[in-house]
Design a protein around this ligand. Sequence first.
Ligand SMILES: NC(=O)c1ccc[n+]([C@@H]2O[C@H](COP(=O)([O-])OP(=O)(O)OC[C@H]3O[C@@H](n4cnc5c(N)ncnc54)[C@H](O)[C@@H]3O)[C@@H](O)[C@H]2O)c1
Length: 470
Amino acid sequence: MFEWIILFYILRNHYFWAVFYYRCFAPEKRGRPKFYEDCIMKDTLINRREFLKNIGMLGAGVLLSASPWLSAFSEVKETSHEKCRIAVIGPGSRGRFLMSFLVQNPKVDIVALCDIYQPSIDKALKLAPNAKVYNDYHRVLEDKTIDAVVVATPLNSHCQIVLDAFDAGKHVFCEKTIGFTMEECYLIYQKHIQTGKVFFTGQQRLFDPRYIKAMEMIHAGTFGEINAIHTFWNRNGDWRREVPSPELERLINWRLYREYSKGLMTELACHQLQIGSWALQKLPEKVMGHGAITYWKDGREVYDNVSCIYVFDDGVKMTFDSVISNKFYGLEEQIMGNLGTVEPEKGKYYFESVPPAPGFLQMINDWENKVFDSLPFAGTSWAPETANENKGEFILGERPKSDGTSLLLEAFAESVITCKQPERIAEEGYYASMLCLLGDQALQEEKVLYFPDEYKIDYLNHKAIKTEAV
Ligand SMILES: NC(=O)c1ccc[n+]([C@@H]2O[C@H](COP(=O)([O-])OP(=O)(O)OC[C@H]3O[C@@H](n4cnc5c(N)ncnc54)[C@H](O)[C@@H]3O)[C@@H](O)[C@H]2O)c1
């Protein structure tokens, strides 16, 4: 008996060292491309200076091919003594968050603020005390010295402000979702093309180093063929803001009412659905789903519980799920290939196959983990499909510090100064907005909806059928 115990401990230690060896010294034998190990070691895009050095000043073909909008930084040195004059329309919660980055940029002057709610103006003035104050955006647009506007008003008001801003010759940054309807999004995009003015949308993931790096890996085939993208965004809260006086309910809690918002689809899905076109380089062709108010029955009009399935032409799917009555799983975009999975929000990736240890070590491991006990008939050929316990590895060398918003705004300022629209950024924003609105329509109509031909533009697998000026 004693010999058996000794033998058991020897084998157990061998198992430990075998796993240790596989983890540390033989990554390529586990199916992980060696080149990527090198990339990660050398190229950790953490801070802004490093980021700009990597993508702008030194040039980085691979990054630019996966994320072409990074070209916005290509003249960052030449513009070092230039400035742009920006007005913020709707400096509410998001608007002021954007301002907190803009005021740190020496190339930006926030010269005007426009809001219809005085408390928002008062708070914004603390960030930009020298800005002129307006409560009608038309007056802002009359100021010829203003180069660009940042629009961060409630969703239902974006379209008219953006169209008027383009007509007044301004460059535009518009928060997502860009339009309240698909038609509005289309009008905005066409106006951007007609006027040739710079157009950015509030899709900060496009500038998030975790996502940029993850997409580079995906495009290089590191995770094999991507067959599913599983996105979810869960919270536990009523999504309400405190209202100082009842008549302000709709102005302040606009995102709960269908007159102003389409709820979780336009507020949250818009960010995550954009991952599909970036990762797969194509757009889905149809969507189906379900939405309901199941928990927050407090007079709101937008769903608090939604699920959508977007399907691409080859059957690949992208799902979006959201509830605001349970936050256990938080938010993530799980991009699933046959060789591995990426979770860019967590900043991690996981390879599928870690080759099993030699048979007898596997047996001891099974025994230690009581696999035999739970499988009286089927033996080791069948195992319960519980989630993989692989802890994965960070996409970047350490935990990321930025969600991309500051770089997105820096890129916007660069583009305003150079008057050059970076490739594909407007199109990514356009389709992110279109997909969440199409999803919302599918939920409302309880139908499978195909992407309408009349709103297709020339981008990825879509071809415009309508080219006349709007
Ligand atoms: N990119 C992101 O991660 C992100 C995050 C949050 C919000 N957003 C977007 O930002 C936008 C604003 O959201 P928020 O949470 O800041 O809302 P908010 O209600 O806090 O702010 C909106 C502001 O616009 C003002 N406003 C309303 N109508 C106006 C008008 N006609 N002219 C000028 N000002 C007007 C309001 O008084 C308020 O101060 C929305 O489109 C939202 O989806 C984006």
